[in-house]
Design a protein. Sequence first.
Length: 337
Amino acid sequence: MSERQFSVIGCQHAHIGIFISEMLEMGYSCAGIYEEEQNGLSRALSAKYGIPLTRDKEALLGDSVVVVGCAAVNDEKIDVIELCESRGKHVMVDKPAAVNADGLRRLQAVVRRNGIQIGMLLTERFHPAIYTLKKQIERGALGEIVTVGMRKPHRLDAASRPAWFFSKRQSGGILIDLLVHDFDLLRWLTGKEIESVGGYVGKTIMPEQPTFYNSASVQVSMEDCIVAQLYADWHSPVGSWTWGDGRIFVTGTESFVELRLHGDPLVGRDPVVIRSTDGESVDMLPALKPPCTITEDFMRRIGGEDGIVTHEDIVKATEATIRADSQVTYLNRYETE
């Protein structure tokens, strides 16, 4: 049996396919996929990559397994992290790693004990357009950052979603599930910490799912008086060219940059980076390739090298998101009727 193996415990979201494909490309083999439900996703990934399915979780924690990937139900990921810690296995989880204050405390405790490395699929740091923006900020092309705006609509496809997706207790809800990426990017792009959050989470659809909310609009204040606006919804049209027309807007004292993360329907589907600078015409910047994949970055961290995503980043993004969820106002159309 190969000594360069990984395994998957929990297969509830297709994001785990990123980890699987990148690990295989690095020369690792997969010992198997454990998913209690043996759902359509686990079967599809098994067939696509020739990976065995198993109901024996312990078989995926053997001596040959270097790292475990996890895309379990959101509120169960912390259980898998602790299981991996008890077996001395590094673990890469899909976001979010925790969905409530108790889960955050447990995550912090594992990190503090420092027995294993924990990764989280904060994939947006490795998006070519966002990486290009990061390099522009680092070289001072924007001057001092003034404001950041992030827009994150998503397609719902309600009929294809598992029951846990509509439960705030299990999924964390729209703010925790979707905006964890944005809170991470705010810290990464600006180099500043988050100070306070306010805003609204709204429910205007699906009264039959009482804890499912479909929109979030958040205002964030950061160190050095940087302000940010974060927005997410579950209303990308079925006929859209993409599952979510993600946009990022950054205003600096010297220039303004807009990212169209999934392209422009009238131009093409490649990421678009638009920069407007004082004294210059508007131009389009080529999207740069990041120096590694998110999985390569994690495996380098396991090997003792510095990582682009660190334990501190994961904990602080999780902490900021859970704190924000407790500070915003929840509005429910059906509670007032």
